[in-house]
Write a protein that binds this ligand. Structure first.
Ligand code: NAP
Ligand code: ZN
Ligand code: ZN
Length: 350
């Protein structure tokens, strides 16, 4: 049994997204049915739609920054009721029994988490999952977040991926007062990285390829701006950083950035999900530097981040679009022209 839902999908790596009907399962006893109000547009949506990672299942419906209202619940759902403002991020299920799931790190599930789009849902006959560019989604209650009512729901949508993906490594590597943190790339992830690192009390430097974004970076909470193409400026900042958050969406050389790190400092990759150029190992061993990676965040941590945002009035800086502008938004994203997250108003989907 299923319900038919209006959505936007692409049928191949070279086609635009276009209107499409999808099926959602009738809510099971522990499912929540959510009418989607807003969905953020992540660079991962573009990578997925265009098969950049070579695992896209077509038809593909991207979208994993979902905010909506509960339309109905299964008979055993206790945490949510019809009308609640809720959110869904990048994952919708996991094995629930492995060490990572038990620690609330479902994104690192040994079986592989069931992602909001692009997974074969192994608990439900390997159905391909379809994301949030749609009117409705049905999700197990354990993977639904409570969206604080005091946040603007459209501006809060990007917290579900751009927010948690930057929050989680900043927390894990104890960013705080007295530290100098560089955020590399001012897009959806980067602008949340700046806001969070600033809110955590660090001195924040925006490291960007776009000199014209400098003023915006300062308004978002950066204390300084470093233009990565300016070799002299980069040289002057060598050995000055405690932590770097690298959000660049494509493979790139790490060497210029590694040189910025102090002894024992860390560069966290959250952007490129693809093979990277080699790096000079001497840069690691000379100062005992570290390169780490981090993937989104677990359900518990995501709720903590949302509650922090509610208490501190943190949301994303967004440009609202109607869904028929999604293909143009992707092109602008490829041109680094996002200020600083597109969010789809799902009322525009008929
Ligand atoms: P975005 O909004 O397009 O921002 C990326 C920014 O990176 C651009 O605005 C640009 O900033 C900079 N940039 C782009 N191309 C570059 C290049 N060739 N060299 C140097 N800098 C470049 O993208 P996003 O939504 O923030 O996503 C960033 C990446 O994170 C994507 O690859 C996405 O798939 C990935 N991601 C990972 C996770 C995870 O779990 N780890 C979660 C979500 C997304 P400037 O103009 O300031 O240079
Ligand atoms: Zn994302
Ligand atoms: Zn697991």
């Amino acid at each position: 049994m299923s319900i038919t839902v209006a959505a936007y999908a692409t049928q191949s790596a070279t086609e635009n997204l276009a209107p499409f009907s999808i099926e959602r399962r009738t809510p099971e006893k522990d499912d929540v049915s959510i009418d989607i109000l807003y969905c953020g547009v992540c660079h991962s949506d573009l990578h997925y739609a265009r098969n950049d990672w070579n695992f896209t299942i077509y038809p593909a419906v991207p979208g994993h920054e979902i905010v909506g209202r509960v339309a109905g619940t299964g008979s055993e759902v206790t945490s949510f009721k019809t009308g609640d403002l809720v959110a869904v991020g990048c994952l919708v299920d996991s094995c629930r029994t492995c060490a990572s799931c038990e620690e609330g790190l479902e994104q690192y599930c040994d079986q592989g988490a069931v992602m909001t789009y692009g997974s074969l849902d192994y608990k439900r006959g390997k159905q391909p999952t379809l994301g949030g560019y749609a009117k409705n989604i049905v999700v197990n209650e354990g993977y639904v977040l409570r969206m604080p009512e005091n946040l603007n729901p459209a501006a809060a949508a990007p917290l579900l991926c751009a927010g948690i993906t930057t929050w989680s490594p900043l927390k894990e590597w104890n960013v705080g007062p007295g530290m100098t943190v560089g955020v590399i790339g001012l897009g959806g992830l980067g602008h949340m990285g700046v806001k969070f690192a600033h809110a955590m009390g660090a001195r924040v430097v925006m490291i960007t390829t776009s000199p014209d974004k400098g003023n915006d970076a300062m308004k978002l909470g950066a204390d300084d701006v470093l233009i990565s193409s300016d070799k002299d400026a980069m040289k002057a900042q060598r050995g000055k950083f405690d932590f770097l958050l690298d959000t660049i969406p494509v493979g790139h050389s790490l060497n210029p950035y590694l040189l910025l790190l102090k002894r024992d400092a860390t560069l966290a990759i959250v952007g490129a999900i693809e093979p990277m150029d080699g790096f000079h190992a001497g840069m690691l061993l000379a100062r005992r530097r570290r390169i780490v990676g981090s993937s989104i965040g677990g359900i518990k941590e995501t709720q903590e981040m949302l509650d922090f945002c509610a208490a501190n009035g943190v949301v994303s800086d967004i440009e609202m679009i109607s869904i028929d502008n999604i293909n143009e938004a992707y092109e602008r994203m490829l041109n680094n022209d996002v200020k600083y997250r597109f969010v789809i108003d799902m009322a525009s989907l008929k």
